[in-house]
Design a protein around this ligand. Structure first.
Ligand code: NAP
Length: 651
C-alpha cells in the first residue's frame, strides 16, 4: 500500500526486466493515464492513442476494456512507458499534482472513449483517494478539538465487520473516543462467519476494498473468503483500532436517555457477565446478512443426519460418498454447490425459484504478476486501475434496471435493454446445460434480470446437469429422520442437509432491543416496514446512526464497501456538526423521513427488484422493497455526500 502524497520523491524499485514484465500485463488505456499524469501534458491523449470504447462481448456480462490497439501502437506505448519509468527510477523525480476535476473528466473520457459525467469524476477523485474526502469533517473536528466540546463525548459502534471497521478508522482519525462491540471473537463479520466452499466476492477486489486502504496484492480479481478476511484483519491492525474492540460482547438492548442525551447500551459477554455502557451516539454496524434463517419445515428437528446452515459451515463434516441435500439456490448455494457435489456421493438441490446467473470468464483469474508489480510500484497506476474498475463495474448495469413505460412486455423484462440481457442469459443457460436441455424449464427465471442480484457462475449449470445431481423443484413439505419429503409425495433420502436458505433480513438491528426517546422499540416502530432517512437516521432515535440499514443494499452491481464509505462519511459529518453546535441530540424529523421514504418506494416500484413477479428477501409482506437502495451508486454518493444541518432537529 502506498502512502505518498503529491510532491513526494518518486521511488521506483526493480530491474529493467521487472518494468518490462509489468508493462506486458497492465491495461494500456490505464497506463496512458499514468503517463499523462507523470509527464504533465496531453501528448498521450492524442488521436493516435485513442482506445476503442469498452465493449461487452456477446454472451458475457463483463467488459473487454483492453483498448483494442494494434500491436504496433501497443508496443509504442509500452516502450515509451518503459523509458519514462526507467528515467524516473534512475534519476528520480517528484510526484505530479493530482488531476483537477476537469482534467479527471478529460482523462476518463479519453481512456474510456465515452462521455463521463462530472459528478462521476468528482466521486472518482475521492474513490481513488486523489482527494481526501475526510478533510470536510476533519476541518470541523479541528475547531472542536481546540474547544471543550469533546468533553465526555463518545461513540459506541456495534459490530466489527466491514462497516464497523470503517467507522472505527474514521472515529479514530477524528479523535472521537469510541468503543466497538463485537459479538464474535474476531473482526470481519460476514467474511469471518461464512466459510463454505468457494465462498468469495462477486465485485472486483480492486474496487471491493476501502478507498483509504487499497490492497495492491490481491491474488485474484474476485478473491475468496480467507483473503478477504485477512484484509479486514490487516485494516484493523494497520489503523490501530483493535485495542478499541471488545470481542465476544453482544449488545442485547439499548435505550436513549432523553434527559442525559445519551444511549444506555446493555451488553452480554461470552462468560455470561453483563454490563451497561453509555455513549453520546451509537453507530449500528450489524449488517443485514448475519442472522441465519432456516425455514420452519415440519419435522425439522427429527432429522437423524447432519444439518447446518451455509453461514455456519461444518468443516468437520466429510461429504465423501454421502447423500447431500442443498436447499436454496441463492448466491451462497451457487457458490458452494459445485465443490460440494464433487465430493458427495449424490446431491439433491431443492430449488424454490431459479436465479439469473451470469458468465464471468475472469471469476477465477489470478491477478497477473506484472499487474501486482505495477499496482505496487508504478506511481498512480493503482489509482487509475481502481477508477477504471469502478467505471466498468459500478453502475454499468443501471440503465437495465428501471422500467420503460413504453415497453411492450413488462411481465418478463423492464425494457428492451433488460430483455436483451434475458435473451443472452437464457442462451448461456442453454449452452451450459449441454445435453440436459430438459432442465431449461427449471433453470430459466420468470422474473426480470436484476429482479434479484445477478449471481456469477462457477459451474452451477454444469453441476446441476451432472448425473449424480438431482434438481428438485417440488415444494418441500417436511423433513423426515432420513430425508426430505416434497409435495409430490417423494421422500428424498439424504445423510446431510445444507440450508443455504439466507438470512433474517427484514428485522434490521434484530435481535437487539432498541428503545427510542418515547419508549418505543425499533421493532414496534418498524414492524414489517423498516425505514430510515437515507438508511441511517430514524425519528425518535436521536444520535443513532445505522450503517447498511434499510434501503441501502445494492443489487445491480457495485461494492457495498463503497456504499458503507458513503454512509460513514455522512455520519462523521453529523457527529462533527453535533460537536460544533454543542448539540446533545441530532434527530431527523418524522416529516423528512416520511418524504424520503415515499420517494424511495415510488422509485422502487419501477425498478427490477420492485417488479411484481419478484418474490425475495428485499420485500416485506406488503410488497414494499425495504432492503435495496433505489438509487444508482453514483446518486447514493451524491445524496450522502454532504451533511444537511437544516434538515435535523439539533438540541
Ligand atoms: P438468499 O439469496 O436469500 O437465498 C436463499 C435461498 O434459499 C433462495 O434460493 C430461497 O428461495 C431459498 N429458500 C428460502 N426459504 C426456502 C424455503 N422455505 N424452501 C425452499 N427454498 C427456500 O441467501 P444467500 O444465498 O445466503 O445470499 C444472501 C445474500 O448474501 C445475497 O443476496 C447476496 O447479497 C449475499 N451474498 C453474496 C455473495 C457474493 O458473491 N458476494 C455470496 C453469498 C451471499 P427463493 O429464491 O425462492 O427465495
Amino acid at each position: 500500500m502506498r502512502g505518498e502524497t503529491m510532491g513526494d520523491e518518486i521511488s521506483i524499485p526493480g530491474t529493467d526486466e521487472d518494468l518490462r514484465a509489468a508493462l506486458r500485463d497492465v491495461n494500456l488505456p490505464t497506463l496512458l493515464m499514468v503517463m499523462t499524469q507523470l509527464c504533465g501534458d496531453e501528448r498521450w491523449m492524442r488521436k493516435r492513442y485513442q482506445p476503442e470504447p469498452i465493449v461487452t462481448p456477446e454472451g458475457s456480462l463483463f467488459p473487454d476494456d483492453s483498448g483494442g490497439y494494434s500491436e504496433e501502437i501497443a508496443e509504442e506505448i509500452r516502450a515509451a512507458a518503459f523509458e519514462m519509468l526507467k528515467g524516473l527510477r534512475d534519476h528520480g523525480g517528484v510526484l505530479p499534482p493530482i488531476p483537477s476535476l476537469e482534467q479527471m473528466r478529460q482523462m476518463m473520457e479519453f481512456s474510456t472513449a465515452e462521455p463521463v459525467e462530472e459528478a462521476f469524476c468528482a466521486m472518482l477523485l475521492e474513490e481513488t483517494n486523489f482527494v481526501d474526502r475526510d478533510q470536510v469533517w476533519l476541518k470541523s473536528m479541528d475547531k472542536v478539538q481546540s474547544g471543550e466540546a469533546l468533553d465526555g463525548f463518545n461513540v459506541i459502534v456495534v459490530g466489527a465487520g466491514m462497516s464497523g471497521i470503517c467507522a472505527g478508522v474514521k472515529l479514530k482519525a477524528a479523535g472521537i473516543p469510541y468503543t466497538i462491540l463485537e459479538k464474535n471473537d474476531a473482526v470481519g463479520g460476514t467474511w469471518y462467519e461464512n466459510r463454505y466452499p468457494d465462498c468469495g466476492v462477486d465485485t472486483p477486489n480492486h474496487f471491493y476494498s476501502y478507498s483509504f486502504e487499497r490492497n495492491p496484492n490481491w491474488t485474484g480479481y474476485f478473491s475468496k473468503r480467507d483473503e478477504l478476511y485477512q484484509y479486514f484483519e490487516h485494516c484493523t491492525d494497520n489503523f490501530g483500532i483493535r485495542e478499541n474492540i471488545q470481542f465476544e460482547t453482544e449488545v442485547e438492548d439499548m435505550r436513549f436517555l432523553e434527559d442525559e442525551g445519551r444511549w444506555q447500551v446493555s451488553v452480554k459477554r461470552a462468560d455470561g457477565s453483563t454490563e451497561t455502557l453509555t455513549a453520546s451516539a451509537v453507530i449500528s454496524a450489524v449488517g443485514q446478512l448475519n442472522r441465519p434463517s432456516i425455514p420452519d419445515f415440519p419435522g425439522l428437528e427429527s432429522f437423524a443426519g447432519t444439518a447446518f446452515h451455509s453461514a455456519r459451515w461444518r468443516e468437520d463434516v466429510d461429504f465423501s460418498g454421502k447423500r447431500v441435500a442443498v436447499i436454496g439456490t441463492g448466491c451462497s448455494a451457487v457458490q458452494l454447490l459445485p465443490k460440494t457435489a464433487e465430493q458427495a456421493g449424490h446431491t439433491t438441490v431443492f430449488q424454490r425459484s431459479p436465479h439469473w446467473i451470469s458468465p464471468n470468464k475472469d471469476y477465477y483469474r489470478p491477478v497477473e504478476k506484472g499487474l501486482v508489480w505495477a499496482l505496487n510500484h508504478i506511481p498512480f497506476y493503482a489509482e487509475w486501475h481502481r477508477a477504471r474498475m469502478i467505471f466498468g463495474f459500478m453502475d454499468r448495469n443501471w440503465p437495465a434496471v428501471p422500467a420503460d413505460p413504453s415497453w411492450d412486455h413488462p411481465d418478463r423484462a423492464m425494457s428492451e435493454l433488460n430483455d436483451g440481457l434475458r435473451e443472452a442469459l437464457t442462451g448461456y443457460i442453454s449452452e451450459q446445460l449441454g445435453e440436459r436441455q430438459d432442465l431449461m424449464a427449471k433453470c430459466v427465471p420468470d422474473f426480470p434480470v436484476f429482479g434479484k442480484r445477478l449471481i456469477i457462475d462457477n459451474n452451477w449449470y454444469q453441476t446441476v446437469a451432472r448425473e449424480d445431481v438431482n434438481l428438485v423443484t417440488d415444494e418441500i413439505v417436511a423433513v423426515r429422520p432420513n430425508g426430505i419429503e416434497t409435495a409430490d409425495g417423494t421422500l428424498h433420502e439424504v445423510d446431510v442437509i445444507v440450508y443455504a436458505t439466507g438470512f433474517n433480513t427484514n428485522h434490521f438491528l434484530w435481535p437487539m432491543d432498541v428503545v427510542g426517546r418515547s419508549g418505543t422499540t425499533l421493532e414496534d416502530r418498524w414492524g414489517d416496514y423498516p425505514r430510515a432517512y437515507k438508511g441511517m437516521l430514524v425519528p425518535d432515535y436521536p444520535n443513532l446512526f445505522c450503517l447498511y440499514g434499510p434501503n441501502t443494499n445494492i443489487v445491480h452491481g457495485g461494492s457495498i464497501i463503497y456504499s458503507i464509505e458513503c454512509q460513514v462519511h455522512y455520519v462523521m459529518q453529523c457527529l462533527a456538526l453535533m460537536l460544533e453546535r454543542r448539540a446533545q441530540a441530532l434527530e431527523i424529523p418524522e416529516s423528512m423521513n416520511d418524504e424520503y421514504n415515499e420517494e424511495v418506494q415510488a422509485i422502487s416500484r419501477n425498478l427490477a427488484w420492485g417488479h411484481p413477479g419478484v418474490q425475495s428477501w428485499y420485500k416485506n409482506s406488503d410488497g414494499k422493497v425495504v432492503n435495496n437502495s433505489p438509487f444508482s451508486n453514483l446518486e447514493f454518493w451524491q445524496r450522502t455526500h454532504d451533511v444537511e444541518p437544516n434538515r435535523y432537529a439539533l438540541r
